[in-house]
Design a protein around this ligand. Sequence first.
Ligand code: CMC
Length: 429
Amino acid sequence: MSNQTLTITDNRTGKTYSVGIENGAIKATDLRQIKLAEADDPGLCTYDPGFMNTASCKSRITYIDGDKGVLEYRGYPIAQLAESCTFLEVAYLLYHGELPNEKQLTDWVNQITTHTILHENVKQFMTGFRYDAHPMGIFVSTVAALSTFYPEAKKINDKSVRMKQFYRLLAKVPTIAAFAYRHNIGMPYAYPDNDLSYTGNFLNMMFKKTETKYKPNKVMERALDILFILHADHEQNCSTNTMRSIGSAHTDPYSALAGAASALYGPLHGGANEAVLRMLREIGSVSKIPEFINRCKAGEVRLMGFGHRVYKNYDPRARIIKQTADEVFEVTGRNPLIDIAVELERIALNDDYFIKRKLYPNVDFYSGIIYEAMGLPSEMFTVMFAIPRTAGWLTHWEEMLDDEDQKIARPKQIYLGQGTRDLAPAARK
Ligand code: CMC
């Protein structure tokens, strides 16, 4: 008999059960057999709010070892990918499992490049948002609205239809993001320039003024590629789990991705980069840092950009972003907030409160400082996260649809409310 089993004794009944262990996990449904004598006992379940110790799927996309600070896409360490690849190569790797050869890359880039334009009707309704609408709100709503433009996307069992939506979404999210930005600042929308790279074109759509041909700065173009690679996927985080969860109802990918982007919008997730900038401005100067750290320790505020559910070590992405910041500052000039951030990190990493709880800088701690140096308002930071994460969300959606173990996501609850009672009309008078 295999020793890959777990023996459980139910002390309520004295009965012993054996459940199988596979890949270091037991199946939660195997616990159902553990019942009291009562016929209506549904059996034992696990209680795990926030999925602290529950695997919701098997995945072959991204590997994280949070204790060691390791992050790999399809087996490749993140630092090597950031060093040698473009974002579109990494998107191919995520989706197909292998890096593309030259021909595959050319086809891939062509497919994505030819889908960058938005339907003019999309542009029209984007103009209906108020001038100060948060760009993430515009982004989420516009992505959701795309489902009405591509109703065939509902054919989620057709692989070629799915592939087409991947091209469309990855191509259009930068255009939506840039239009949202220009809407906020009252500039006419700049159309995509398909002669440029993915990130070069994004800079064009963001910053083109009256010149006939926008020439992206090479350092900025490359820095964006690196930032996009670092943000492309992060296994079962809150927004990816949302993508899978909505997708499990066989919803079209536009609606599912709008849901995932909404999850990303939250300040505990992708909204943290915006919150970091607000925090750095609120601190204002290096001399105020000790006072702010004391407020964190007293539980009054959180040190935004610090801590992670999975990383209990330095987030490898934060290290790469810190290097990228120096390269960007060579072009843009130094963002003065970096001095507060560096000192904040130094003090926090030497403070018992943060050491004991294994709180280290995460990906969001430095990314906002770079985006600000590039000239982006803080409201755009989460949008900058959503663009590359689109590749990760869609890859997980695809994996989920092909996974025979998957069913519609539907957790159990532990009901602690009122028992059955009769409505007594007199009692309501
Ligand atoms: N500042 C101060 N204390 C913190 C922080 C922080 N940033 N993060 C966690 N703690 C404390 C927390 O108060 C708790 O202390 P105690 O044990 O005394 O109650 C302990 O550390 C464990 O925290 P938790 O909230 O139970 O941990 P979690 O795994 O549920 O939360 C987190 C992870 C990322 C939501 C959290 O660390 C946090 O709120 N960080 C700030 C927001 C942030 O930077 N988010 C971006 C995450 S990375 C990008 C992404 O995933 O989108």
